[in-house]
Ligand binder design. Structure first.
Ligand code: AHR
Length: 687
């Protein structure tokens, strides 16, 4: 999909009905059915397993979009720490491009780096004459000739729409610096509120005429949590100073160096995803060859990574590179699903299969070795050096992304070349195609669905009808019900839940799936340098706090509550609702109840999911055969809202969250009324 296009489909949200508003969750089971139609009947055959649920059914998809890593998950608090946001890059055609080369960027003369300001009359300019190294071939030249003890001069950075501060917390500052002869230092690093209160500071001395790395710790006292702050680096004596890789880190998840933000990581860990599809999405392809995901330039010390422009329009320092994706997997307990660059970029350029593609195929093999090799292999040893002693489990490799958009139709040939080379060296790996191929039989094909609520619900029985004789299994590597911005509302969660019932019911052919996009920084939703490029994202945040959308809680419900076997089900009298037909006008009918049933084969527990997308309560009779008994008492976990529009936000992060209740009246046959706009997980104790 063209990354710069906003969604074509944003559907009209439902209006709350009086009935909807009047019904409380507690009262719902006492209500009579709001319909004269026959009560829907769901029959579950607990002794008929139709599929084993793949242990990696639920996962995450990620890429650098909406400030997902920089200004998101990645702990770094400084915006544009390498001063390369203004980089002017070459746009090379594939035949003029050497995959092994770092193409240095150039800069306009006499400009100050983006997202940095002068303090106390200092003058800042990008300087290519005093680079730190080839990767970071520019530095910030700070003319602090007016600096004095009484009036320090230096640089300031506002971070990603604020510098977050928590009480009694240690922040790690690091930077490279050198000075022109005559500077006597020291420098002061500080975090200050925008009204000038110093919240934490440290002095750093020893700046000389040679580049050196400096570190300091900034400790806050009992301050209030806030984000209306800036980071400053100032001199109290006159001089000219060059800076590069200016970094500020808060404590990170599991205290990983160069690690991740704690609150966002915790939201992810709570949902127990089993895999991470990375690094994209469009991000693996890049807008052009110079900006593709070039993993070899995203490993090793962060100050030796050149960075590149994300296809979503902003600069990535690549401090969050290949090792960091792996660290993320390790910390959350996910298995990597590695997408490799496959010789096609979003501007439509491609490398034809054959000798020209071979370097990219070798690069993919080496990337697999980086992930899975032990210390005796070249690239496994590099991973060990980068801080990850143990090889990572890897079962799936995806060749490219959305190659159906490649108008040259070169994918079949490119896929075959990657497939053959990977299977020859790693026969155990399953290879994922991104569109239909004829030359080889892909193990899985990656299907993407971004839909309105009605469209998602309308397609929520489609896999039940899929031809089971097709050998290629399904990976739904990107999907979302796109209703709500920046994050989906309850309509989105309902569409998602209906769809996840479909994915779960069809776990014999659907091996894995993941919602996309995962993250959005909600600080600046529009305008130049906005923080959001794509609305309807699972998790939202600003510099200080984060929240899960109703869709996040729907994901979590499905991920946490599932058995290891899909049970055969049949259904009668499923109710429908009338919705707009789409662009052509008119109306159509779609189902308004969705279901799936799984069983934990050890404990016997049967988990039934029922999604009621209507804005009236709906009764369902549930019959369970193939068991001796089902106890009358069980558990219901219910995510519901008063209407389809209700949502979560930074200000009201827990407006729509699941509630757990003990329920009675269950058995091998019972009728239960499901609240309007609700997703219910029923846990039944079956013997
Ligand atoms: O998720 C946003 C984008 O949608 C992905 O980068 C791309 O694969 C799809 O078109």
């Amino acid at each position: 999909m063209n990354p710069f296009k906003f969604p074509a489909r944003m559907i009209l949200p439902f209006k709350p009905t009086l009935l909807c508003l009047a019904i409380s969750a507690a009262a719902v089971n006492l209500l009579p059915a709001q319909t004269t139609n026959p009560i829907p009947l769901l029959q579950i055959k607990a002794d008929q397993v139709t599929a084993k649920v793949s242990p990696t059914l639920y996962g995450l998809m990620t890429e650098e979009i909406n400030y997902s890593y920089e200004g998101g998950l990645y702990g770094e608090l400084i915006h544009n720490r390498t001063f390369k946001s203004d980089a002017i890059q070459q746009n090379l055609k594939p035949d003029a491009y050497d995959p092994a080369q770092n193409y240095p960027a150039s800069y306009h003369a006499n400009v100050a780096p983006k997202f940095w300001q002068g303090v106390g009359g200092a003058v800042l300019v990008l300087d290519t004459n005093t680079p730190l190294n080839d990767a970071l071939n520019v530095s910030l030249k700070l003319d602090a000739s007016t600096a004095s003890k009484a009036a320090p001069a230096g640089v300031a950075n506002n971070g990603y729409w604020g510098i977050p501060v928590q009480p009694k917390t240690a922040y790690q500052v690091s930077f490279f610096a050198k000075a022109a002869p005559g500077f006597t230092g020291p420098l002061t690093a500080s975090i200050e509120s925008t009204n000038g209160t110093v919240l934490a500071s440290a002095e750093i001395s020893g700046v000389t005429g040679e580049w050196q790395r400096f570190e300091a710790t900034l400790k806050t006292k009992r301050v209030k949590p806030s984000k209306e702050n800036v980071f400053k680096l100032t001199a109290a004596a006159p001089g000219t100073i060059w800076l590069q890789a200016v970094s500020l880190f808060p404590p990170t998840y599991k205290n990983r160096p160069n690690g991740d933000r704690v609150d966002i990581s915790q939201l992810l860990a709570d949902a127990q995803p089993k895999f991470l599809r990375f690094p994209g999405g469009n991000y693996v392809e890049g807008n052009d060859f110079v900006n593709r995901f070039n993993w070899k330039q995203m490993i090793g010390p962060v100050e030796q990574r050149p960075g590149h422009r994300s296809c979503w329009g902003y600069w990535s320092t690549d401090g969050f590179g290949l090792p960091e994706f792996l660290g993320w997997c390790q910390d959350i307990g996910m298995e990597p699903v590695l997408a490799v660059f496959a010789g096609y970029t979003l501007n439509g350029n491609h490398v034809t299969n054959g000798p020209a593609l071979e370097p990219y195929v070798q690069e993919a093999l080496e990337e697999i070795e980086y992930v899975t090799g032990d210390a005796t292999t070249k690239w496994g040893a590099q991973r060990v050096k980068d801080g990850y002693p143990n090889p990572f489990p890897l079962h799936y490799v995806e060749i490219g992304n959305e190659d159906l958009f490649d108008k040259s139709h070169s994918y079949d040939g490119r896929f075959a070349q990657f497939y053959d080379a990977i299977k020859a060296k790693y026969p155990q790996l399953k290879i994922i195609s991104t569109t239909g191929v004829k030359s080889r039989v892909a193990d899985l094909n990656d299907e993407h669905y971004y839909e309105s609520e009605e469209a998602m619900e309308g397609q929520s029985f489609m896999y039940d009808k899929r031809d089971r004789s097709v050998p290629t299994k399904i990976f739904v590597g990107e999907w979302a019900t796109r209703v709500g911005s920046p994050t989906p509302n309850m309509a989105g969660a309902l569409g998602d839940a209906a769809w996840m019932c479909c994915l779960e019911r069809n776990a014999d052919i659907v091996m894995m799936h993941c919602y996309a996009p995962l993250f959005v920084n909600v600080s600046k939703l529009s305008g130049a340098d906005r923080s959001m490029q794509w609305p309807s994202d699972l998790i939202g945040y600003d510099a200080l706090t984060s929240y899960g959308s109703p869709s996040y809680y729907a994901q979590k419900l499905f991920s946490l509550h599932q058995g290891d076997a899909v049970l055969a089900t049949s259904v009668e009298n499923l109710p429908v609702r009338t919705v707009p037909a789409g662009r052509g006008g008119g109306t159509r009918q779609i189902k308004s109840l969705f279901y799936s049933a799984t069983r934990d084969r050890d404990s016997g527990k049967v988990t039934v999911k029922i999604v009621n997308t209507a804005d009236i309560p709906q009764p369902v009779t549930i019959e369970i055969s193939g068991v001796k008994s089902v106890t009358s008492k069980g558990t219901a976990i219910v995510l519901q809202a008063k209407n389809h529009n209700e949502t979560n936000s930074l200000k009201d992060p827990k407006h729509v969250v699941p509630e757990t209740e003990k329920v009675k009246g269950l058995g091998t046959s019972f009728t239960r009324t499901f609240p309007p706009c609700s997703i219910t997980v029923l846990e039944l104790n079956a013997k």
